[in-house]
Design a binder for this molecule. Structure first.
Ligand code: GLA
Length: 400
């Protein structure tokens, strides 16, 4: 009974917060489509420097990624230094001048993001924002920051210390911490994308938009490993109702071009993030990107699926053995259909047959294969053969 009462108190608090956020439209002005850009963590982790950020910004322009829509250049953890006697946070020796760095990134026609934690320390043990939220938000705005990733990290310990054995109270503390920074960002008057990173705890998709979140991680960390990527994308099935313009589910950043992923795996990873209306934050070594990886990351037809203005996340409609069929409604009545072989074999002796009936569609349907550029016709019971971990991604103009 006590739990029921405290949970409804939390629900009431969230509704009141929603009202206060609805009154302020700034959070709706950013991230009308899933944010696109690049983040330092997946490739550089704790080694990232000012020079790496500048070189990456240069490459985003030179590779054509900026023109394909990649806008945010995001510095993840390990930029933070110490606070001075006035509590003002300084960057560390790897980042000698944040304002100059932000100016440089802006001069390339790009935007810049930064990282912090509601706890005393970030996940890598650097200075967090606890007790300095307004001061830090003002500092970011004075540097020209356009995006904040706010990572729970050590705030989890604060929650446990303040409310031992009371999960509902811990959740309220977490919501309040995210709300506090959300309000501090709004007070700056600068449009700043607000990205929550608390690994999907406490069904964050239910409450993040009410405290100003533009995107929220739904899972633990991605890694450049096929099983992990498939695990994360599978966890998105069922969350499609929570995504929309200004507020997105985030299955974590892209690993396209990292580790030992095959080209099929890179294509499928990118295709599925587009089907999921996920943020497209590349995380690879841009100066050494191969032409094949560049072609994947800059495939404008696939990016157009991700950035579709309707903002509806795709869903897994059915699976048959090791083949999954996902569908995403697009603006103007168009559709994206993904047929995805998640198994470890090429399916040939017993070919998979596409069921348009299960998709609620009648054939034949004409569309475009977004990886070959070819015109395709989809018919009911059509056999489709796919290599292991490969995908057929088709845009159907308007089936009706
Ligand atoms: C957590 C986040 C990662 C990254 C690291 C940095 O693990 O989930 O995305 O930001 O912290 O320390």
């Amino acid at each position: 009974m006590r739990n029921v009462i405290s949970l409804s108190a939390a629900a009431l608090a969230v509704s009141l917060l929603s009202l206060s956020y609805a009154a302020n439209s700034q959070s709706a002005a950013v991230a009308q489509t899933p944010p696109m850009g690049w983040n330092s963590w997946n490739y550089f982790a704790g080694r990232v420097t000012d020079k790496d950020i500048r070189d990456s910004a240069d490459q985003i322009v030179a590779s054509g990624m900026r023109d394909a829509g990649y806008l945010y250049v995001n510095i993840d953890d390990t930029w933070e230094g110490e606070r001075d006697a006035n509590g003002v946070l300084h960057s560390n020796e790897k980042f000698p001048d944040m304002k100059a760095l932000a100016d440089y990134v802006h001069s390339k026609g790009l935007k810049i993001g930064i990282y912090s934690s509601p706890g005393p320390k970030t996940c890598a043990g650097f200075e967090g924002s606890l007790g300095h939220e307004e001061q830090d938000a003002q500092l970011y705005a004075s540097w020209g920051i356009d995006y904040l990733k706010y990572d729970l990290c050590s705030f989890h310990m604060v929650m446990q210390a303040k409310a031992p054995d009371d999960k509902a109270a811990q959740m309220r503390l977490m919501i309040a911490a995210y709300d506090k920074m959300g309000k501090a960002l709004k007070t700056t008057g600068r449009p700043i994308v607000y990205s929550f990173c608390q690994y999907g705890w406490d069904s964050v998709w239910e409450w993040a938009p009410s405290v100003g979140g533009n995107l929220w991680r739904t899972t633990g960390d991605v890694s450049a490993n096929w099983d992990r990527i498939y695990d994360l994308l599978s966890q998105q099935a069922g969350l499609e109702g929570y995504a929309g313009p200004g507020h997105w589910n985030d299955p974590d950043m892209l690993e396209v071009g990292n580790g030992r992923l095959s080209l099929a795996e890179n294509r499928s990873h990118f295709s599925m993030w587009a089907m999921l209306a996920a943020p497209l934050l590349a995380g690879n070594d841009l100066p050494h990107m191969t032409p094949e990886i560049k072609a994947i990351l800059t495939n404008r037809d696939v990016i157009a699926i991700d950035q579709d203005r309707l903002g509806k996340q795709g869903s897994r409609v059915y699976s048959d053995g090791e083949v999954e069929v996902w569908m995403r409604p697009l603006a103007g009545g168009a559709l994206a259909v993904a047929v995805f072989n998640v198994g470890s074999d090429r399916l040939s002796t017993h070919p998979f047959r596409l069921s348009l009936t299960k998709l609620g569609l009648d054939g034949p349907l004409t569309g475009k294969n977004l990886w070959t550029g070819d015109k395709v016709t989809l018919t009911n019971h059509q056999p489709i053969e796919l290599a292991s971990h490969d995908i057929l991604l088709v845009r159907v103009a308007s089936p009706r």
